[in-house]
Design a protein around this ligand. Structure first.
Ligand code: 5GP
Ligand code: ZN
Length: 115
């Protein structure tokens, strides 16, 4: 847990987020500034800055993040139409919040858009 990290604060319920899923390891909630009709953040509860911090012991969590994304995509009705999962890492990757998170984005065509 990082004291001042916004996503750690969401995990601790110090900042509201309207979670759509939560378990021992993960929390998922809508992005504050959605870029598509479906834009959900899937966040490990344990603070890691980004994939650079993920070690051998985190392989399970990373897999759970992907599996949960597919489950939420299904629940949100975009599994068939398609969706994108994105993890921004570091400055050039466009990462703004320094707590590992996955963006699940769907509900509109993202074809031919990367970056
Ligand atoms: P990044 O660029 O770091 O991959 O994405 C961070 C995302 O977190 C952004 O899309 C931003 O809108 C979202 N975000 C930042 N602060 C909050 C917050 O307090 N609540 C929610 N729900 N989303 C946030
Ligand atoms: Zn954090």
């Amino acid at each position: 847990m990082a004291e001042e990290c916004i996503f750690c604060k969401i995990v601790r319920k110090e900042v509201p987020s309207q979670p759509i899923y939560e378990d021992h390891d993960l929390i998922a909630f809508p992005d504050l500034h959605p870029v598509a009709p479906v834009h959900i953040l899937v966040v490990p509860k344990e603070h890691m800055q980004n994939l650079n911090d993920a070690g051998k012991n985190d392989v399970g969590i990373l897999g759970k993040m992907l599996r949960l994304s597919a489950k939420i995509a299904n629940e949100k009705g975009v599994a068939e139409t398609g969706y994108r999962v994105v993890i921004n890492n570091g400055e050039d990757g466009g990462q703004v919040v320094p707590h590992l998170h996955l963006h699940l984005i769907g509900g509109k065509s993202l074809a031919h858009q990367l970056g």
